[in-house]
Design a protein around this ligand. Structure first.
Ligand code: NIG
Ligand code: FE
Length: 402
């Protein structure tokens, strides 16, 4: 494909260390063979790029890296609106889980659904994210909880990646909840997860491994067994950690060089230090915090102080965050967690890429993937400021329009 030159743009490269947002007022972006060949102020554009390229004048639009939603459970059957009603009558998220509702009710509906209907439902959710400039998404399993049903969900995730112009990264979350047939036998179920993982990996279905380390999930010891299996297979790990209580799962995750620890409302300073040392990203999920009416905030100031990169994601799932707007999460990360708009945008670009172990994206810089979004806004802070706005004008993945 020929060389493409984008001009007339304000560009938020999100590169670190320079201007806020890596902002360029009158920028130019050169794309060749799916990669960024050059990006910078238009006045400095080398002459050979100006002559050989097909030129697109975006007339003042903002260009950012394509957005990355680094924590979703996009594939599930059924819904949990009834549970929402129960919670409004006073039941807590944990009460419902203990009474056999919650995640397990979604597991039943997901097992019963065929692949085509799971695909259709997930596609609708994905469409909303695509319309907001998302170019990479992570999708977890975890509502199948048997080898067959986990494989089904992971295949749906892979199919979404083939049918849409975006990159899908899959995460195996077999250790999400105890399936009913293993009631009272959590260790046996973990042994089953450990058996499943290599077989799913062999089918090319797994890019990373996650677990839910929590009172209503799995213990640190059980999580460790899953992580050891991941390590033996060379797969990176992530963890749902310290969402409802401090189980010190984050320290375990850091000891396995986890890509990320996610949620983190109850994270301790010791956990923050362990993350800083291991280079583990903190994935903040304001949608879940909001939807289950958490009152304890993740320790943002401590994370900042220790230089732990913060990502932001939808956590799109039926129980705690039935949300398909990453832009709304930018706004909530600022209003609820007090991130700056620049931190929030870094959280869905540069830091989200790192939370997925993808150094080839998340920033607009020469040599990286030409994944970018065009916005009808003047300044990048507007992306976090407005909610319910639909500012995305289009998105490009490896230089190709969607
Ligand atoms: O990220 N915490 C565990 N998993 C999901 C919720 C799953 C559910 O309730 O269905 C989360 O919040
Ligand atoms: Fe989650």
């Amino acid at each position: 494909m020929s060389m493409q030159l984008w001009i007339g743009a304000r560009i938020a490269t999100m590169a670190e260390g320079g201007a806020p947002y890596g902002f360029i007022d009158d920028g130019a972006l050169v794309v060749e063979a799916g990669r960024i060949a050059w990006v910078g102020p238009r006045a400095e554009l080398p002459a050979h790029y100006a002559s050989g390229a097909q030129v697109h004048d975006v007339q003042g639009a903002l260009i950012t890296p394509g957005l990355i939603d680094c924590h979703t459970h996009l594939v599930w059957g059924g819904d949990r609106a009834r549970e929402f009603e129960l919670r409004l009558q006073g039941a807590s998220y944990e009460d419902i889980a203990k009474a056999g509702g919650g995640i397990v009710s979604t597991v039943k509906a997901t097992r019963a659904a065929d692949e085509a209907s799971l695909l259709a439902q997930a596609q609708r959710r994905l469409d909303a994210l695509l319309a907001e400039g998302v170019t990479t998404i992570e999708i977890k399993s975890g509502y199948g909880l048997s080898e067959e049903a986990e494989a089904k969900c992971l295949r749906v995730a892979r199919t979404l990646g083939q049918r849409n112009r975006l990159d899908v990264r899959t995460t195996f979350l077999g250790a999400h909840a105890l399936p009913p047939e293993f009631a009272g036998r959590a260790d046996d179920y973990i042994a089953e997860v450990v058996r499943m993982l290599p077989r799913l990996h062999e089918q090319g279905l797994v890019d990373a491994v996650d677990a839910f380390c929590e009172r209503i999930g799995f213990s640190v010891d059980q999580t460790r067994r899953v992580f050891e299996t991941a390590r033996a297979l060379g797969l990176p790990v992530k963890l749902h950690a310290e969402q409802l209580s401090d189980s010190a799962g984050t320290q375990l995750a850091a000891s396995f060089d986890a890509l990320s620890a996610d949620h983190l409302e109850w994270l301790s300073e010791e956990g923050v230090r362990a993350m800083a040392k291991a280079g583990t990203v903190a994935v903040l999920l304001p949608g879940a915090y909001y939807f289950i009416r958490e009152t304890r905030l993740p320790p943002v100031a401590l994370l900042r102080e220790h230089g732990v990169p913060m990502a932001v994601s939808t956590d799109c799932n039926p129980g705690t965050s039935p949300c398909t707007s990453l832009l709304l999460m930018l706004n909530m990360a600022c209003t609820l967690f007090r991130l700056t708009p620049e931190e929030a945008l870094a959280g869905v670009t540069r830091h989200a890429a790192r939370a997925l172990g993808l150094p080839d994206r998340g920033v607009l810089a020469a040599g990286l993937r030409a994944d970018f979004a065009l916005w009808d806004v003047e300044h990048p802070a507007q992306l976090a400021y407005a909610f319910g706005a639909r500012p995305c004008r289009g998105a490009f993945v490896q230089g190709q329009a969607r």
